[in-house]
Design a protein around this ligand. Structure first.
Ligand code: NAD
Ligand code: CBU
Length: 337
């Protein structure tokens, strides 16, 4: 069976996901797309030689009888609306991060999914599908460095657009760590503090960059994450776990070591599309397979909610400068694996 996909949002990642679902992965075809920039949507499918229906309104894609499942790849504030619409239509939906703009918004999705009675939502947290993170988790789970005590992480983008604000460092960028570090440590956050070092001259006037986010987990692990979205030199994701008997570090993406012009060098990637290209392939193949089988297993609406509960506390901490509690309710049994 071929899963017929409708894609809402044909910008950067929308086009990437349309390409991979049409040209790289198995078991799916893109039959409908939508973007508020309709011409952009037309150009996106023409570029790939696809014959998908183009709609001006994403809700038409959700309702279309030709569409079995949805990919929501539009701007962050639109995710909740389209994900709720997909649940109401009883269709599986892969929603890019963040699931919604606040924990409250994510909770509405969780409640709607539970009321529907079956998992329909997978959140676009791709790092648990990244070979490097999988290898790191295996080392930790096998007890090779003893119990994790501290994590030192960095999330660096070379640059961000003018409309990127200080809170987006949390909701749009740190949200990846908020999910993957829960998955990695099998723990939840207890409290958070945000501190602001000297701001880089490369940031636009309204953005405070970099930021350092400091967490304590329920098991007492201390985590520091540097978010630096105008780091200028590349797209760089770092994660080092300090355990009782050793240290385990996220592998660097493979790169040819060059000796040239009196320098020894390796290339640093500059774009998220390249850094996680394989992880995106694996996460979307999993969504296609699981939606076809009728049982989603990837990052859930609850994971999206848990990340947003932490994100809300981080934003509060950005503004207060204080240590803020992270209060995640008990997970409903509906989300037991
Ligand atoms: N998982 C990841 O690593 C990752 C990477 C990049 C982006 N993202 C997420 O994917 C989403 C898109 O990011 P992007 O970089 O492609 O941004 P983008 O600006 O390139 O594309 C977003 C597209 O959504 C369209 N859009 C906005 N509102 C819409 C609506 N109501 N209906 C239909 N289309 C609408 C815009 O016109 C635009 O074409 C964001 O939520 C972002 O956080 C995730
Ligand atoms: O900060 C960016 C992240 O590094 C990417 O992985 C994407 O999620 C992108 O949307 C964010 O703006």
């Amino acid at each position: 069976m071929t899963l017929r996909l409708g894609v809402i949002g044909t910008g950067a990642i929308g086009q990437e996901h349309i390409r991979r679902c049409s040209k790289v992965l198995q078991g799916a075809e893109v039959v409908a797309v939508s973007d508020i920039n309709v011409e952009g949507a037309r150009a996106a499918i023409a570029k790939l030689g696809l014959n998908a229906e183009v709609y001006a309104d994403g809700h038409e894609v959700v309702k279309s009888g030709d569409v079995d499942a949805l990919l929501v790849t539009s701007w962050d504030p639109t995710h909740e609306e389209f994900t709720l619409a997909a649940i109401a239509a009883g269709k599986p939906v892969f929603c890019e991060k963040p699931l919604a703009m606040s924990a409250e918004g994510c909770r509405r999705i969780v409640d709607a999914e539970i009321k529907f009675g079956k998992r329909l939502v997978q959140v676009g947290f791709m790092r648990p599908y990244d070979a490097g993170y999988v290898a790191l988790k295996k080392v930790i789970t096998a007890g090779e460095i003893g119990e994790p005590l501290m994590l030192h992480c960095a999330h660096r983008n070379p640059t961000v657009p003018e409309n990127y604000t200080t809170d987006m460092a949390i909701t749009n960028t740190l949200i990846h760590e908020l999910d993957v570090l829960r998955w990695l440590t099998e723990d939840d956050y207890k409290s958070v503090q945000v501190v602001f070092p000297r701001t880089t001259s490369k940031a636009h006037a309204k953005l405070r960059d970099p930021q350092i986010v400091l967490f304590e987990t329920h098991k007492g692990i201390r985590i520091d994450v540097e978010i630096f979205v105008n780091c200028a030199y590349g797209y760089d994701i770092q994660c080092e776990v300090v355990g009782e008997t050793g240290i385990a570090k996220l592998p660097e993406p493979s790169s040819v070591l060059m000796r040239k012009e009196a320098k020894l060098s390796e290339t640093i990637l500059t774009d998220w599309k390249d850094r996680f290209i394989d992880a995106y392939d694996v996460e979307l193949q999993a969504f296609i397979n699981d939606a076809t089988a009728g049982q989603l297993k990837g990052p859930s609406a609850w994971d999206g909610y848990a990340a947003s509960v932490a994100a809300d506390a981080c934003i509060k901490a950005q503004n207060s400068g204080a240590i803020e509690p992270v209060e995640l309710p008990t997970r409903p049994t509906f989300y037991d694996k």
